[in-house]
Design a binder for this molecule. Structure first.
Ligand code: NAG
Ligand code: NAG
Ligand code: NAG
Ligand code: NAG
Ligand code: NAG
Ligand code: NAG
Ligand code: NAG
Length: 864
């Protein structure tokens, strides 16, 4: 038998030799001697076991059907079943019995087979991850499987890897459940597909939500089924029975700037206890009874009807001792009497009397599970008294409570919305104070300042008046908005009529744009799934919009880099608050923009919003924006001619798609180098398209209301008359082409002749037959002269003064891509003068007679 195993190994070894660089033969560890460690020179075969030092846990492969094998950490004490507490390869069962576990020189753990196929690994095999000194794998008596560089390593921060960081369905003592904000990682437990049968990932999970006051939710797929309640310093608000066993099991909840987590520890080491989620939907704590050698269910949830999340709707209390279980809070009545009578309390309750803010009082509810705390106001240093005062002053505050109940209570949590998922306990709940109209509270009232009594009558009157006034105001505003919209349309079409003698091309002006917009929001897009990101996900991904994650400041908001939990990188644009749009409008616009898909447009992945925050989520572009490379003394040399030509062509195709090929004609209105992003292969992608839709037509930049565009990219007719058309985008494109060729900014360009900007300078060189002098000196000489000249010519055509002379994007694309296309001779460009507009005097107009002199008197604001 020994020699057989050796032979098997030799075959394995040959495979190793042929595919990797291991030059010695690792023996498999002996199955009889129970080792607790594995080194890089050993392997663990499918019928072998690692045993923790005192034999509490083991690491071994297991199977329920002899077909699919898994590597797991298991209790070694319960010989009948060997309860599995951790599974390595949940997603990739082993089918081949000749598979083994191996520790690599880089400190990674892999499950592989003779063909060297990697079935599972502690991380994606990184070819150049560094070699580690003497990596060693150990199974500890805590049930933690660790890789370290020393067998005596006790410091968890020095572990190269530990299974405790990757919980499966069981929380062992010492494991954390929660979030680490430094590494942006989250730990939760997730049930098996079928408990005790199929370890693959099931539907049930127990996961912390850290916003407001953290709570842990039990989920079934993506539906919340149970909530722990917030931690009150002693226990979870929704688990009053947690108290009695603190002498054997200690529960810990840690919350600071770096992490928030729940964990537990065992006081007497001979006690074994674990928390797990089973595939039926139950969260359970099991404890080992030594004498009988069985696991008993020590605690479980959800326990009863009232544990079901939102069993009773807003402003109602679930009480298992009542019939029906759902009851409105005093001062409230059922919203839907019929359903309520049929024992369905999910619609919740409404106030009997409206709040008036000034004279409202607070009803004390004792022994309750606090309402859901995911969107509450929190101040941990406030007392209950201060908390009540603050709540009284803030009209949107619906209730308040202490956060911690130890030492007489401390901290303040204030609800600013409906109170959801409250339940009553016979003993062990907490105190909650609910805001009610004064008339709904009698002697049960707890807090009320004496002077408020006199103000009460006045308050009620004033409050009533305020409500009426508000209602009238809203009505008026709504009508005014609608009227204004109609007026806008009218104004725009008049303007169009006025300029139509000038050009037919200009017809696509704001008026049409606006009415298009109206039309498309009418043709309801509800069939289209709106990719929506949870706002908390965005906060996590961007490290709460941290300064370090900032990629840049755009006109419409700041852009942050983010990383989703699954590792995907995203760019998050946090829109400036004054887009003037409601959430519904915003959603409609995003639904439209999401449909625009082209390889030269930045892909919009979705959006997210919360209160007045709106963010757009884009794919992340490795090479950021064109201006950062093009106008950088050092980096611009990395843009050779071929790359620049590809960028120009790509932008042209993207713009053509926006103008013509997409279902919704989009005028970009703010095309410029900083809005061109580059992916890893330097493919250009236009960003910020569709912003004009989101930010309305009278704003190009949202930060200020009356801003026109970005200086240096604006066409003359737009800058002067506010007329915007596809041809103004073409103008901006032309400017961009000249900038890409020359590596210089149109704005801030100074030629020897100080009066000319980049356009004027290019035009002069073109006229003089010296156009090739324009090309960026950092480009080496290997470029095709004819291609460069063609680009310059197309660029100059695009920046011609008269909009009707400029080509459309379809002819631009044609001219750029075809050697043989005939290209018109450009006429003079618009805006060819330098930094400041200059009075027309005979000498200057003579010097640059081909240049038009535009006297620009409108306000211009720099883009960034
Ligand atoms: C392990 O499996 C091998 C064959 O794969 C067999 O030769 C060996 O006897 C087994 N060892 C034990 C301890 O079962
Ligand atoms: C798996 O194989 C073992 C040993 O060969 C056998 O005892 C067991 O009954 C098998 N189990 C199943 C589900 O086939
Ligand atoms: C890994 O290799 C890639 C190229 O193969 C290289 O760009 C990268 O810098 C290397 N990373 C490390 C950490 O050496
Ligand atoms: C731990 O528990 C065991 C069994 O219940 C008991 O015999 C032992 O005295 C306890 N040890 C301590 C330190 O409490
Ligand atoms: C082992 O599992 C079976 C079925 O899951 C169960 O009936 C039995 O009680 C378990 N034994 C122990 C010791 O937990
Ligand atoms: C919390 O309350 C204390 C006491 O009222 C106050 O000094 C402190 O500024 C508050 N903190 C926050 C973040 O509001
Ligand atoms: C009420 O308090 C919340 C949280 O601090 C705050 O956002 C809101 O503006 C306050 N409302 C009023 C009317 O003071």
């Amino acid at each position: 038998m020994k020699s057989f195993s050796f032979n098997t190994f030799q075959t394995l070894f040959l495979f190793y030799l042929s595919t990797s660089t291991i030059f010695f033969s690792p023996p498999s560890i002996s199955a009889s001697s129970s080792s607790s460690t594995l080194t890089t020179t050993q392997i663990l075969k499918i019928n072998q076991t690692l045993l923790s030092p005192t034999g509490i846990f083991q690491l071994s492969f297991f199977s329920y059907n002899n077909l699919s094998w898994y590597l797991g950490i298991r209790y070694n004490i319960d010989h009948d079943n060997r309860t599995v507490v951790w599974v390595a390869n949940r997603k990739t069962p082993i089918q081949n019995p000749n598979t083994f576990l191996k520790l690599t020189d880089t400190g990674n753990l892999i499950i592989t087979d003779q063909s060297n196929k990697i079935i599972w690994a502690t991380e994606k095999i990184n070819k150049n991850s560094t070699l580690k000194k003497n990596p060693i794998l150990q199974i500890l008596d805590s049930g933690n499987l660790v890789i370290s560089e020393s067998p005596n390593e006790n410091d968890p921060t020095k572990f190269l890897w530990q299974s405790f960081d990757f919980p499966t369905d069981t929380l062992l003592p010492g494991m954390k459940l929660g979030w680490n904000f430094d590494t942006n990682t989250e730990k939760h437990i997730n049930s098996w597909k079928v408990t005790d049968q199929d370890p693959s990932i099931g539907d049930i999970s127990f996961k912390m939500h850290y916003h407001g006051v953290p709570e842990i939710f039990l989920w079934n797929k993506n539906r919340r089924v149970y909530r722990s309640g917030p931690w009150n310093g002693k226990r979870f608000s929704g688990v009053p029975e947690m108290q009695p066993f603190t002498d054997s099991i200690q529960f810990t909840f840690v919350q600071n700037d770096h992490e928030v987590y729940y964990t537990f520890s065992i006081v007497n080491e001979s006690l074994f206890s674990r928390l797990s989620v089973d595939s039926i939907g139950e969260l359970q704590r099991l404890t080992w009874i030594h004498s009988r050698k069985i696991w008993t269910k020590f605690w479980y949830a959800p326990k009863d009807q009232c544990d079901n999340y939102k069993e009773c709707g807003p402003f109602s209390i679930c009480d298992t001792n009542a019939s029906p279980v759902c009851n409105c809070i005093k001062g409230f009545h059922p919203k839907n009497h019929q359903a309520w009578n049929l024992r369905d309390g999910s619609d919740g309750c409404l106030r009997d009397n409206k709040l008036d803010c000034v004279s409202d009082r607070f009803l004390h509810l004792g022994n309750v599970k606090l309402p859901e705390t995911s969107s509450v106001f929190v101040n941990r240093s406030m007392t209950l008294l201060e908390c009540g005062d603050l709540c009284q002053k803030n009209c949107s505050c619906t209730g308040y409570a202490n956060i911690e109940i130890v030492n007489g209570g401390s901290g303040c949590v204030m609800w600013l919305d409906q109170l959801i998922d409250i339940r009553a306990y016979p003993v062990g709940g907490q105190d909650l104070f609910v805001r009610l109209a004064a008339s709904d509270v009698d002697d049960e009232v707890v807090r009320e300042s004496s002077d408020r009594k006199t103000a009460k009558a006045i308050g009620i009157m004033a409050g009533g008046a305020a409500v009426i006034f508000l209602a009238v105001g809203i009505c008026f505003l709504w009508r005014k908005k609608k009227l204004q919209f109609l007026l806008n349309l009218k104004g725009k079409s008049e303007k169009r009529a006025g300029s139509s003698e000038k050009s037919q091309d200009l017809l696509i002006t704001e008026g049409v744009f606006t009415s298009n917009r109206e039309q498309s929001s009418e043709t309801n897009m509800d069939d289209l799934e709106l990719p929506f990101f949870d706002f908390n996900t965005i906060i996590m991904a961007t490290n709460n919009f941290s300064e370090q994650n900032k990629l840049g400041q755009g006109g419409f908001g700041i852009v942050y880099k983010g990383r989703l939990l699954e590792g995907k990188e995203i760019a998050v644009k946090r829109l400036s608050k004054n887009s003037g749009q409601g959430v519904e409008e915003f959603k409609n616009e995003v639904k439209l923009i999401v449909k625009l898909q082209h390889r030269n447009l930045v892909r919009l992945l979705g959006c997210s919003f919360q209160m007045d925050e709106k963010v757009l989520v884009y794919e992340y572009m490795e090479n950021r924006s064109l201006d950062a490379i093009l106008f950088d003394k050092v980096r611009r040399s990395s843009l050779d001619w071929q790359t620049r030509f590809n960028i120009i062509s790509g932008i042209a195709r993207g713009l053509l798609y926006l103008h013509q090929d997409s279902r919704f004609r989009i005028i970009h209105r703010d095309l410029k180098a900083s809005n061109i992003l580059l992916d890893r292969e330097m493919n250009p992608k236009i960003s910020d398209f569709g912003m004009a839709r989101i930010f309305g037509t009278d704003q190009t930049e949202a930060n200020t209301v009356r801003v026109v565009g970005t200086y240096g990219y604006m066409s003359p007719e737009y800058a002067m008359d506010g007329i915007f058309s596809v041809k103004s985008d073409v103008f901006s494109f032309g400017v961009l082409v000249m900038e890409i060729i020359s590596g210089k900014k149109n704005r801030g360009f100074y030629s020897a002749n100080k009066e000319l900007n980049l356009l004027g300078h290019s035009w002069k060189l073109w006229k003089d037959g010296n156009a090739l002098e324009l090309i960026d000196s950092s480009i080496d000489n290997s470029y095709s002269h004819s291609e460069v000249l063609r680009c310059i010519q197309v660029g100059l055509l695009c920046v011609q003064e008269r909009a009707e002379d400029r080509p459309t994007m379809s002819s631009v694309v044609l001219m750029l891509s075809s050697e043989t296309a005939t290209i018109a001779e450009p006429k003079n460009p618009g805006f060819c003068l330098g930094s400041t507009p200059i009075e027309t005097d005979s000498s200057s107009s003579k010097k640059d007679e081909s240049c038009t002199v535009n006297q620009v008197t409108c306000t211009m604001v720099d883009g960034r």
